[in-house]
Design a protein around this ligand. Structure first.
Ligand SMILES: [Zn+2]
Length: 327
């Protein structure tokens, strides 16, 4: 992929292009930002621009040369992407040993030898310790690109060795315009997906390819709505049902939070900016029956719960505490 097709975060893209054209590449970069915002895609795009044989004057890849084509097919010999071993939650120390060995080799075809490690928080402590040396003193042709939802999940010794590339949510107008350029997406669908995505292009693209996932989410939201005004027992049962593990709990909260933002908007008289238009009547009814401070407190509780989950809090307990703040 070329930088010109990357959605959003234009300043970061220009800054990466400038690092390439001015030959001021650091030896390790850490791409941070929410899930599905484009961290891995941007890391790959960066790698492609670096390896491209006919790079454009602005630093973007040409998209046609042999290196570009190999990268787009995932078979460039000098761009190695790490994947988590099957059924494992973390990278193995052997993978890091392999990285250290591979990094000492000269590039076979490309300009640099690039290693991409997605979800760097999945590196175990021994793996991090083993990789510190390579992050500190990489061979001149080596480049390491890490991704992670938040740098707070990594050890300071890792962060200090990397240049952070912090991706921010994309404005919904920019995202909607980009989505309309894709096949089979109407303007209306693009606007809806952009609004629901919380600024995450990867999420919007995935949802556009699987319309059933949007339907599933609507069903889930309607289920969650029945919890409003429920008693303590129902809330504890709900925590057991919706927060069996960290990923599920995060998924639910990320889905629910924008909906409650809408309730907050409606409670403050800003109905015209509500994103979940199809639920406007319900949203207005909840806003009308609840105290605005309580709605705001629940929005804050959801943000706090997401942070607690990132810090590896017990998912069920975190969810239970969050639900206590629900109107
Ligand atoms: Zn090229």
């Amino acid at each position: 992929m070329q930088f010109q097709n990357f959605i959003g975060n234009e300043r970061l893209v220009q800054w990466l292009e400038h690092a390439i054209t001015s030959e001021q590449l650091r030896h390790a970069y850490l791409f941070t930002g929410p899930q599905k915002i484009g961290k891995r895609t941007l890391a790959l795009t960066f790698a492609q621009a670096i390896q491209c044989e006919q790079r454009q004057p602005n630093g973007d890849a040409c998209g046609n040369c042999v290196a570009c084509r190999k990268l787009e097919h995932g078979n460039h010999p000098d761009v190695l992407i790490f994947t988590l071993p099957k059924d494992k939650l973390s990278y193995s120390i052997d993978q890091i040993r392999e990285l250290i060995e591979e990094a000492s080799l000269k590039p076979t075809e490309g300009i640099r030898r690039i290693f991409i490690i997605p979800d760097a928080d999945r590196l175990t402590l021994p793996a991090i310790q083993a990789s510190l040396k390579i992050l500190e003193e990489p061979p001149p042709s080596g480049l390491i690109l890490l991704t992670c939802t938040s740098k707070d999940l990594l050890l300071p010794t890792v962060i200090s060795r990397c240049q952070e590339v912090p991706l921010l949510p994309v404005a919904s107008e920019i995202l909607a315009t980009a989505l309309t350029r894709r096949d089979g997406i109407t303007d209306e669908q693009a606007n809806r997906l952009a609004l629901l995505s919380s600024g995450r292009p990867g999420w919007a693209i995935e949802a556009s390819e699987k319309p059933e996932s949007l339907e599933e989410q609507r069903t889930l939201l309607h289920e969650l709505m029945t919890l409003i005004g429920s008693g303590v027992t129902e809330r504890i049962t709900a925590a057991g049902k919706y927060a069996a593990d960290k990923e599920q709990a995060k998924y639910i909260i990320e889905l629910w939070l924008p909906w409650w933002h809408d309730v907050l908007l409606a409670a403050n008289g800003a109905q015209s900016t509500v994103r979940h238009r199809e639920d406007l009547t319900t949203i207005e009814a909840i806003a009308g029956h609840s105290n605005p401070q309580q709605i705001e407190a629940f929005v804050r509780a959801q943000v706090a719960a997401l942070e607690a989950l990132e810090q590896n809090g017990n998912s069920r307990l975190v969810f239970e505490i969050m639900l206590q703040a629900m109107p």
